[in-house]
Design a protein around this ligand. Structure first.
Ligand code: ADP
Ligand code: ZN
Length: 640
């Protein structure tokens, strides 16, 4: 009998000691069933332990976690400051009895001749593949420039060597399109994401572990797929925020874990994007990543021309109205996409007599009017109430201001009665088959005017789009977040890329800040120009990539408690830091001061040294204040 330290999924840095016979053949990384607080749970062996009186017996061994995953999990635990038991529990699938096996893959004929730019990119990556060494490539190319084709070529080489590969996409909605292309080329490929049923997740996992599955396609959680003989990781749309997981823990970036996994396994990693994150492009400038460019669209289609107009206080400017009319009347290139990153009918309600505004009772957020349900909804906590007609303070009539996608739909339908108009946002699309139906109708050309939120910008490869209109580019531009300009630039470029994939398209961006640099550079398709200005801002304001950033979020229903806890944390940090090794900013109220009845304060930490913040924060991990929730985030994506 031996004693073992076992990591279990609870949010504490303490392992638990269990005992097991030698026959069970446990090692570091063995996945076991143990009983914990009268339940049977899954734990992972961290090593042998000192004898401990009263240790319970391990109930049974499930499998041994491959060493590469064990190492990766331990790194995630260290870097993102999350107890190993939680990390491993996230990495593992639900364990089931039955496994559906997958078939063999075959490589189908290669048909396309690569363009010179594709071929150069492919050759560079191939050198890393043949040399069997770690290298991160940033493949920079607009949509339609042939990035996917480059991935497929490299994938083919990896498969010929008998190795496996992982292909990450940020959104589940994009998976079917990628899966179709991969299956057309290789006759196989399986997907992994949180919406997949338990049985399918388990089958995927076991097949990957056994080596019968060679191609994994998935969302951020698939970065932990248990391939033993991994040869390549692709992270498409690497700039996407969806690679960040905030809840549940571990809070990690799948893109950054991918690069770390590549380094640990000595394999190439390809990050692809038309608008790479500032951090990734910076990494190419300092020699960490290699930049590969696909400067043109395949087939030589020009990038669409972008016009910026200021609509003043109107929903639609004259320019956009005329353009819609002209486009829908055409025979070809007659499809229109309208984009507005705001759901609902109207984002504010106000009383002009007494100045009252309608706020969520739980959050510092205005309630949005939704006409379909005739209700006022909080987009942060989900609170909803019946629509108010009169001011609760003075009884006068309330006015609803501004517009969201629901209102745009109403306006468009009123003006273009004879056209097939479809709205696409989380309110109009609930089930999976809605999504598929719309996707089919778009491809067949049935839908003539598509409007919606970010959903319309992602993963749709549509021919025949003659006009893309951005109803307002200003929804996020002034957010108090250091990434606000970057996000606006990326979003505008992404939406603009939907125009004219097979012919000349037009893009009109409406903005009340037409001179903002994110808008100016997006208009010129000038990613490098945007980068040069943005990187100077990051340098002078000391933001990533020039510093490591961590955020401590302190939340409580009782504001006083939140303030006291924040101040105590700050004092502890100050006393633990020797010399000036990191900067502490705050505590201050978060830009959104209250969500779901919780008052929110945060402290930001900046350091130039790696792992310093983790070390400082780990000491605070066990800090508990009743009624206060304290959370730590390394490389935070969201500053609101
Ligand atoms: P991206 O991933 O950058 O959006 P894709 O790889 O999807 O670009 O390519 C865009 C379109 O061009 C696809 O329909 C693809 O089949 C086609 N394509 C890509 N490379 C070539 C090539 N070398 N020759 C001809 N067509 C190509
Ligand atoms: Zn709310």
């Amino acid at each position: 009998m031996k004693y073992y330290d076992i990591a279990v999924p609870i949010d504490k840095y303490s392992n638990f000691t269990y005992i097991a016979g030698d026959k069970m053949a446990l090692r570091k990384g063995s996945v076991v069933h143990v009983s914990f607080q009268r339940r049977t749970i899954v734990g992972v062996v961290m090593g042998e332990a000192k004898p401990f009186k009263g240790a319970k017996e391990v109930k049974g061994k499930i499998l041994d976690l491959p060493l590469n995953l064990l190492e990766l999990g331990l790194w995630v635990s260290r870097y993102y400051l999350c107890p190993p038991g939680i990390v491993f529990s996230f990495m593992l699938p639900p364990f089931m009895k039955r496994v559906n096996m997958v078939g063999e893959y075959q490589i189908k004929m290669e048909l396309l001749k690569l363009t010179p730019a594709q071929s150069k990119a492919y050759q560079r990556i191939k050198e890393a593949v043949t040399g069997k060494h770690f290298e991160t490539f940033l493949l920079l190319g607009v949509t339609g420039s042939g990035k996917t084709e480059v991935y497929l070529r490299v994938m083919e080489d990896i498969l010929r060597e008998g190795k496996s590969l992982l292909y990450l996409v940020p959104e589940i909605a994009m998976i079917p399109q990628v899966l179709e292309r991969v299956r057309n080329r290789f006759g196989m490929g399986e997907t992994y994401h949180y919406k997949l049923g338990r049985g399918k997740r388990y089958s995927y996992w076991i097949n990957a572990l056994k080596g019968s599955l060679k191609i994994g396609i998935g969302s951020r959680m698939s970065i932990f797929s248990p391939f033993l003989n991994l040869g390549l990781i692709i992270v498409d749309e690497e700039h996407s925020d969806s690679y960040r997981q905030e809840e549940p823990k571990p809070r990690f970036s799948a893109r950054d874990v991918a690069v770390m996994r590549g380094a640990m396994e000595g394999i190439p990693v390809i990050l692809g994007s038309a608008t790479p994150s500032i951090e990734s492009l910076y990494n190419t400038k300092v020699g960490k990543y290699e930049l590969l460019k696909l400067p043109e669209r395949v087939g030589g289609w020009a990038m669409p021309e972008i016009e910026v107009v200021n609509p003043g206080r109107n929903i639609f400017s004259k320019e956009i109205e005329t353009a819609i009319e002209e486009t829908v009347k055409r025979k070809e290139m007659s499809r229109v996409i309208l984009f507005l990153n705001r759901r609902g009918y109207a984002p504010y309600g106000k009383c002009y007599s007494c100045g009252y505004t309608i706020h969520c009772p739980n959050c510092d957020i205005a309630l949005t009017l939704h006409k379909a349900t005739d209700s006022l909804i909080c987009h942060h906590c989900g609170y909803s109430m019946e629509r108010l007609l009169e001011c609760p303070k003075c009884g006068k009539r309330l006015v609803y201001l501004g517009w969201g996608t629901e209102r745009i739909e109403e306006e468009i339908k009123a003006r273009y009665r004879d056209f097939n108009v479809q709205r696409m946002d989380t309110d109009s699309i609930s089930r999976r088959h809605d999504h598929e139906r719309i996707y089919d109708e778009l491809r067949s050309g049935e839908i003539e005017i598509l409007l919606g939120t970010q959903m319309v910008t992602k993963g749709l490869d549509l021919p025949d789009v003659g006009l893309v209109g951005v109803v307002s580019a200003d929804t996020a531009i002034n957010f108090p977040d250091f990434r606000a300009s970057e996000r606006t630039f990326q979003l505008l470029s992404q939406v603009a890329g939907r125009a004219g994939r097979r012919g000349k398209g037009r893009v009109i961006i409406q903005s009340n800040n037409p001179d903002h640099y994110a808008i100016r550079f997006a208009k010129e398709h000038d990613y490098e120009g945007f980068y040069s200005q943005e990187i100077e801002f990051r340098r002078s304001a000391k933001y990533p990539p020039f510093v490591n950033l961590a955020r401590i979020l302190i939340q409580s229903k009782d504001e006083d408690k939140a303030i006291k806890a924040s101040e105590r944390i700050k004092r502890k940090l100050e006393s633990s830091k020797r010399k000036a090794t990191f900067n502490i900013l705050g505590p201050v109220p978060c830009p959104i001061g209250r969500i779901g009845r919780n008052y929110r304060y945060h402290i930001l930490l900046k350091s130039e040294e790696e792992y310093l913040l983790q070390r400082a924060l780990k000491k605070l991990y066990s800090e508990k204040v009743s009624g206060v929730r304290i959370s730590f985030e390394i490389d935070p994506a969201n500053m609101l």
